[in-house]
Design a protein around this ligand. Sequence first.
Ligand SMILES: Cc1cc2nc3c(=O)[nH]c(=O)nc-3n(C[C@H](O)[C@H](O)[C@H](O)COP(=O)(O)OP(=O)(O)OC[C@H]3O[C@@H](n4cnc5c(N)ncnc54)[C@H](O)[C@@H]3O)c2cc1C
Length: 441
Amino acid sequence: MKRRQFFSLLAASAAGLMTLSPRLWADDDENNSTSSSLFAIPGNTGITGHVVIVGGGMAGATLAKYLRLWGGTHMNVTLVEKSAAYTSNIMSNLVLNGQKSLGELDYSHDVLSDHYGVTRKNAEVTAINAASKSVSLADGSVLNYDRLVLAPGLDFDLLPGMNSLSEYDTHIPHAWKAGPQTQLLRDQLLAMPAGGTVVMTIPKAPYRCPPGPYERACIMADWLKANKPGSKVIVLDANADIIVEKDNFLIAFNQTHAGVIDYRPACTLTHIDSISRTVVFTQNGANQQLAAHVLNPIPPQRAPRLLADAGLLNSPDGHFAVVNVLSYESTRTPGIHIIGDASHTTQPKAGHVANQQAKICADAILRLQSGQQPDPAPVTSSACYSPITASTATWLSGVYQYDSASASMVLSKLSASTGATRSNYSDMHTWFGTLMQDTFA
Ligand SMILES: Cc1cc2nc3c(=O)[nH]c(=O)nc-3n(C[C@H](O)[C@H](O)[C@H](O)COP(=O)(O)OP(=O)(O)OC[C@H]3O[C@@H](n4cnc5c(N)ncnc54)[C@H](O)[C@@H]3O)c2cc1C
C-alpha cells in the first residue's frame, strides 16, 4: 500500500469510518491472508517502535488492534492485562434482570495476538519507571517501551463507615465493574422479600457511565414489579439533579416506574453499615437514615494507584490524569499516554468514548513515530443506550470536536431519544454488538 494512500486511510479511520467497512484492508491487500470478517494487517509501513499498553479493556484492546492495523507488522505492540478475559460493564445491568449472564459478557483477547500479532502478557503492571522507559510486572519481569499507554480503567473508594473494600465483595456490591459483584447483586435481588427496599447511591460526577445508575434503577424497578411486588428502589444521588438525559429519566421515574422508584437528589452520605445495610445521609440539611434489604452503593472513583505512584494524576481533584487530547499524552510525563476512564478530559467516562480515544491515540502515536504531528482537529463521538424496561430503551449521543482556543474537546452536538421505545431496545443490541466487534474482533 502506498504511503499517501495509507495516511489518507489513517485519517478516515481515526474518525471512526473504518468500522463501517470491515473488508476495506482485506480487499485492498491481497498479499495478506485473513479470515473474511477480520481486517488484514499491512506489511512494513515504514513505522517502527515498541508500544506497551497497560489494560485490555475498552480502551486498551481497541488501541492494540488499531496500532497494528494502521501501523503494520513493524509496529511492535505489547498488551499487558491482568485478567484472563474481559467482562463488559456495558449491558451488565441486564444481568440484574436475568436477560444476560456474565458469561455472555466475556470477551477474549485471543484475536489480538492470533490475528493482529499483538504480544500479550497476562500479568499486572506494578510500577512505571518513566526515566528508564520501562514498566515492572508482578511476575518480576520488566518491559521496555518507546511509548507507554495506560488504559487501566478505575479504582473505587471506600465510603464513610467502611473499613475494607472487601465489604463490596461480600455484603454491599457496587457492581460498577462487571464480575462477581454483579452476580452477588443479582442473587441479593432474588433473595429479597416482596415489599422490600433496595437503596442505591450515586457519587458526585465525574463517574464511569453517567446514565448508568439511572438505567440500573429502572432495570431493578422493572424486575421488582414483576417478581417482588410492593418493593421500592430508593436512589440517593450526591448530585444536585439527574445529570444526563433528564427528560427521559423523569418520565421513567415518575410515569413508567411511578411508586417504585423514589429519586432523591443532593444527598450526602455520612455513614454506611455494610452488615445491617444501613445508610445515614443528609438532604437539605436534615439527617436521615434508611435500612435496606439490598444496598447498592456506587462509590466515588479515581484512576488506579499505579498512576498516582507515577505522579500522573494532575486533574484539579487529583483523581485523574490530564492529557493533551490531540495525542492523549500526559501533560506531566512525555512518552506516556492515558486513555479511557483513567484520563481527565471533557468527554464522558464511557466505553464508546474509550474506543474513540484509543483510535485518536493510535493515529497520533503512529504519526509521532513517523516524525509527524498528531491530527490537529480530532473528532470523537459518544453513544449510549439505556434500557428502561425489559423491552424498551432510550438513547443519548454526543459529538466532540477539538477546540484549539481551550485545547479541549468541545461538545458540538447532543441528541437524545424522545422517551423509551422497543425499536431503541433493538438498536441497543446492534450498537453494542458493533462496538464490541470493533474493540475485540
Ligand atoms: C453498569 C455499567 C454500564 C455501562 N454502560 C455503558 C454504556 O452503555 N455505554 C458506554 O459507552 N459505557 C458504558 N459503561 C462504561 C464503560 O464500561 C467504561 O467507561 C469503559 O469500560 C472504560 O474503558 P477502560 O478501557 O478505560 O477501562 P476498563 O474497560 O475497565 O478496562 C481496564 C482494563 O485494565 C486492566 N488493568 C487494570 N489495571 C491493570 C494493571 N495494573 N495491569 C494490567 N492490567 C490492568 C483491567 O483488568 C481491565 O481489563 C458502563 C459501565 C457500567 C459500570
